[in-house]
Design a protein. Structure first.
Length: 277
């Protein structure tokens, strides 16, 4: 004789409750737009009423009109593609190098002794302050801009990779060894999943540092790029173009961060962290 568990919930009840559980979360996401929209509306109102001088800070509508004009004639697209190319190349070079060195220093005692001390010393140097030395080393061409981005991206990825590996509970690795997993399997099933949260944090910080470095790099002997567009606009007191460039950098940083968040949620489905209430 079969018994029906007292605590079992009928499937139709679960199906009806699921949309109700999703609604509050979806509605809370819209609250993230309240403060940015209010800020933009306040900015527009202050500009239209004369509280903000147009030559100091133009209205958002004027900035958008300038962006539309530069988009239609293709100017914005050319500068944007060049900036994205430099940022991508610098992130790839700095990120891969940091990932390799951070893994070596985190996993091997010899690597920790040889790699980590010079990286810790270099960390104390502001990489944007190295521009004069980099100009002597690599010149003032594309290599300078990519090198600055790579330096900006290197340290966040390295330190978070190193910390992510060292923060793994050693008992988990020992349990995997006792269960018969080889070294490669332990790295794949224990070390890599344990270090991924820190690695994603490092990537998010690296992207922010990369855009900051690119702003500086594109102001040194550049002929294209969003930074060059802003510098050229400054020479002619085109404040709307300068603000447009800042907004483009902000949107690029926001979009890249959102993409990393999505990738993090999909790859770390097993993790359940504290949620804000």
């Amino acid at each position: 004789m079969s018994r029906t568990p007292l605590l079992e919930t009928p499937p139709e009840v679960v199906a009806e409750a699921a949309p109700e559980a999703r609604r509050p979360r979806m509605s809370r996401r819209w609250w993230r737009l309240v403060s940015p929209v209010a800020l933009v509306l306040g900015w527009e109102l202050a500009a239209r009423t004369g509280l903000l001088a147009p030559e100091k800070l133009p209205a958002p509508s004027d900035v958008l009109a300038t962006g539309w004009r530069l988009s239609r004639d293709g100017t914005l697209a050319v500068h944007l593609v060049d900036s994205l190319t430099r940022a991508g190349a610098g992130l790839l070079i700095g990120g891969v190098l940091a990932l390799v060195l951070g893994t070596v220093a985190g996993l091997l005692r010899l690597g920790d002794d040889l790699v980590d001390p010079p990286v810790q010393m270099a960390r104390m140097l502001p990489h944007l302050g190295l521009v004069p030395l980099l100009i002597i080393w690599v010149g003032i061409g594309e290599s300078l801009k990519i090198s600055l981005v790579a330096l900006g991206a290197f340290f966040p990825v390295y330190f978070n990779t190193y910390a992510g590996i060292r923060d793994i509970d050693e008992r988990l690795v020992e349990a995997a060894r006792v269960c018969g997993l080889g070294q490669a399997a332990r790295l794949r099933h224990v070390v890599l999943p344990g270090a991924l949260p820190s690695l994603f944090l490092g990537l998010r910080l690296a992207i922010g540092a990369a855009w900051l470095s690119l702003v500086v790099g594109e102001q040194v002997n550049a002929q294209t790029g969003i930074g060059f567009l802003m510098m050229e606009a400054r020479e002619f007191s085109q404040t709307d173009v300068v603000v447009l460039g800042l907004l483009v950098y902000a949107l690029l940083g926001l979009i890249s961060d959102l993409a990393l968040r999505v990738a993090e949620r999909r790859m770390l489905t097993w993790r359940r962290g504290l949620r804000a209430t």
